[in-house]
Design a protein around this ligand. Structure first.
Ligand SMILES: C[S@@+](CC[C@H](N)C(=O)[O-])C[C@H]1O[C@@H](n2cnc3c(N)ncnc32)[C@H](O)[C@@H]1O
Length: 218
C-alpha cells in the first residue's frame, strides 16, 4: 500500500516546496490540519531537550517555536532560507512585541563561527536533514558538550487504515531514514534517540552530542 504511493511523492515534494515559499501563508493551517491540531505540541517536545544558553533553530518556518522560546526568555537565533517564511515570522513576532535575531540561509552553509551554540534544534526538517553537509555544519557550530535536537514524528501502528491516512498526511520518502542516519553518523556527533508520547503517532527525537575532545580521550 505504502509502496504504491511512492510515485506521487514527487508531487508532494513539489507541494511542500510551494508551502515553504509562495503558499507559506497556508503553512500554519496545513500543519494544524495534517496533525489534527497536534503540530504545536509535537514541536514543543524539542524544548525539553534544550541545554545551555545559546540556541539556534534551523528551518524555523513560520516562527512559532522561535516565539515560544523568546517568551520563555531563551537566547535564541533563527535560520530559515525562505523569504516568505521570514516575512510571516517577522510579522508574527512584531505583533507579539518580540525581537528575535534571524538570518536567511541554508543549513548546509551556516553563517556562524565554529562553536557558537549550545543547542541546535530543528523540528520537522525538510530534505536538508538527509544531507551530510548539514550535519557537518551542525557539528561545527556546536560548542563541545552542546546538543543537536531534531524532532519528527513516526506512526507506531500496523492498522492499515491509519497507515493509509498517515501516508497521505506524511508522504513516504523512500530511503530517507537510512540517508538521515548516514548523514548523522558522518558528523562525529554522539547520536541517541528518544520516543516521546503514547498512541499511534509519537514524537521521535534524535539527539547528537558534541563530545568534548578531552572526554573522547577519557
Ligand atoms: C516542514 S517545515 C518545518 C518548519 C518548522 N520548523 C515547524 O516545525 O513547523 C521545513 C522548513 O525548513 C525550511 N528549509 C528548507 N530547506 C532548508 C535548508 N536547506 N536549510 C534550512 N531550512 C530549510 C523550509 O523553508 C521550511 O520552513
Amino acid at each position: 500500500m505504502l509502496r504504491s504511493l511512492h510515485p506521487i511523492s514527487a508531487l508532494y515534494t513539489f507541494f511542500y516546496r510551494q508551502l515553504y515559499t509562495r503558499l507559506a501563508w497556508a503553512y500554519d493551517g496545513v500543519s494544524w490540519l495534517v496533525s489534527l491540531g497536534r503540530w504545536d505540541g509535537w514541536r514543543r517536545v524539542a524544548l525539553g531537550f534544550v541545554s545551555g544558553a545559546d540556541v539556534l533553530e534551523v528551518g524555523f518556518g513560520t516562527g512559532e517555536l522561535l516565539s515560544e522560546m523568546a517568551s520563555r526568555g531563551m537566547a535564541v537565533t533563527g535560520l530559515e532560507p525562505s523569504a516568505a517564511m521570514q516575512r510571516i515570522t517577522a510579522r508574527k513576532l512584531g505583533v507579539r512585541g518580540q525581537d528575535v535575531p534571524r538570518v536567511q540561509g541554508f543549513a548546509q552553509a551556516l553563517p556562524f563561527a565554529d562553536a557558537t551554540f549550545d543547542t541546535v534544534l530543528s523540528t520537522f526538517p525538510a530534505g536538508f536533514a538527509t544531507d551530510p553537509a548539514t550535519h557537518a555544519e551542525f557539528a561545527r557550530i556546536l560548542r563541545p558538550g552542546g546538543w543537536l535536537v531534531i524532532v519528527d514524528v513516526a506512526l507506531c501502528s500496523d492498522n492499515p487504515l491509519l497507515r493509509l491516512l498517515y501516508s497521505i498526511a506524511f508522504p513516504p520518502k523512500p530511503g530517507a531514514t537510512a540517508k538521515f542516519r548516514q548523514a548523522l553518523d558522518g558528523s562525529g556527533l554522539r547520536i541517541a534517540g528518544r520516543i516521546v508520547g503514547q498512541g499511534a503517532v509519537r514524537v521521535v527525537v534524535t539527539l547528537g552530542e558534541k563530545v568534548a575532545s578531552d572526554a573522547r580521550v577519557a
